[in-house]
Design a protein around this ligand. Sequence first.
Ligand code: ZN
Length: 695
Amino acid sequence: MSKLKIGMMMLSGALAFASCKGTTSGTTDGKEKAASGYSKDFKVEAEAFADLQLLRYEVPGWDELTLQQKTLAYYLYEAALCGRDIYYDQANIHGLTLRKTIETIYTTYKGDKNSEDWKKFMEYAGRFWFSTGNHHHYSKDKFIPECSEEYFKSLVKNSDTTKLPLEQGESVDAFLTRIHAPLYDMSYMPKMVDLRAGVDNIANSSNNFYEGVTQKEVEAFYNNPALFPHSDREPEWGLNSKVMKDASGKLIEKVWKQGGMYDAAITKMVSWLEKAVTVAENEAQKKALSLLVEYYKTGDLNKWDEYNIAWTADTASRIDASIGYIEVYNDAIGKKGSYEAVVSLKDLETTKIVSKIASEAQWFEDNSPLMPEHKKKQVKGITAKGITVIVEAGDAAPSTPIGINLPNSDWVRKEHGSKSVSLTNIVHAYNESSKSSGMLEEFVDGKEDMDRIKQYGSLASDLHTDMHECIGHASGQINPGVGTPDKTLKNYASALEEARADLVALYYIMDKKLVDIGVMPSLEVGKAEYYNYMMNGLMTQLTRLKLGDKIEEAHMRNRALNAYWVYEKGKKDNVVELIKKDGKTFVKINDYNKLRTLFGELLKEIQRIKSEGDFNAGKNLVETYGVKVDPVLHKEILDRYAKLNTKPYKGFVQPRLVPVMNGDKITDVKIEYPTSFYEQMAEYAKGYSLLPAKN
Ligand code: ZN
């Protein structure tokens, strides 16, 4: 599994001074452009509310594209947005009903829009759209409107009720009764993904991947070789379907394909993908896109593998996209893929740097601290590039990854390699917005560390992302006969996999090799990353949790696990300390080299756990170091954070592509940068509401 979210960037994003792209190179479109193609006067911030900040990103390089490339990007952009409804329905069975209700109010309510209650409704609407439903996008906890239910009902009644998702013959009052529990009852479907140990993780998760089935039944279903044959080249069984029971009580899959579940959205998406095939840049891309179309038409997961093999082989194209059911974090047992889409163009400058790293993949594998039998004898071609995002949708928006490594299938990766990307214009926008957050000043102690982080923090976190995606996920191998991690490590698989990838990055960011290949100037970069990582893992990532919460999200568990494990193990040598100054806690690293050795030891152990499928050891590590939160420290961090001018979660308003037509011929495609997230949600509601409320 392979998506790196912004969590660890939270601080280093503030530190972009080292990569400040200050030089200007003349004027385009009446705007001053920086050398890197970013406009100097581009406003990065859009709306902010609750714990969320919306940002905007530019697409440098768009104007350099040929008409064919722009047209291809446009078709993929439309295909990407066609799947938007799918993710709402995957996230929760009531997701589309509630969203259509919110949209109706937002666009047609005729009453007072200045009251405090209206502001509370607006905040709820914003949070709902941001999270693709009423479970927080990160914590996965349910949230409800701050305004009263009576007020909410009055909003509905004073809006255009013909636009509500009423069932046949249903009155507005009956509708309001029906949505009461999903909308206002906190005890109803409280958690989108429930990863607690010792409970039925499927029955207790309120996503819409399963209905009326228990975890035991589902596991038995997928372990039945008559239905899902085991092999060395096994597809990602279960990835593209909902599981429920038929009339006789037998488990069945409802497949997300043309003619199956989500037919209307997929049919439209396929029509755009078919257009994209006609303007593909080369044969390799044409083949990949054609296979993707076939996959959506058949739902055949072997086709999905074929597509991924073809997609991995296409490294020459400037325009690229992933549009599919891909990451499995939203399923407690890691089978069901959430719909996501990222359409991009290759960033040629950044690609040079990540290519240098990728081309040394075998060296990194050979020199890693893994046990010899867990090392890949031959690391298959990892291609790495920087990409400039054009649009994101589904699980990739508005909250976005900053690095992606695909495909996810272990055997495809082993035999055909993978593509690793860092999302450079997204990271740029993060960096721009964090410059004034005040995080560093509050949480970093000591001039030496502060100076180092200011100078190298941004580069350090870029390199960490590159190493995590490109070397980390691709490293190591599973022992023969041991099943895939979703089977052996179950609900701990995601956190352990992310921990492993981070540890590879951490181990090597203090290695002279990175200096030798010319991607960083000195080991000072590694020290900056160590400080940042430890501060985040031990302390500042807690800003994302409410008091009393435990850590659940895979990447957060991974960071806490790595940071607390090395902190504990290094205690006898005083490697890392938590010191107190004026009642404030700070991280102090006393021995960077020993810290590196500890990261290496943990990497070796987690690889062993994955290679051998040692569930108990994996569970023990995660539960001991990756889940618990010290309530006293947590409160302190939250209090300090509350005084800063920043929000813990950021997401993005998407650019808009507008074709210029001459008859039915596209003569150009313009890019526009909308300024309002709310207006974008209303626009999407108009253009891309393709599914009924119930699917
Ligand atoms: Zn990852």
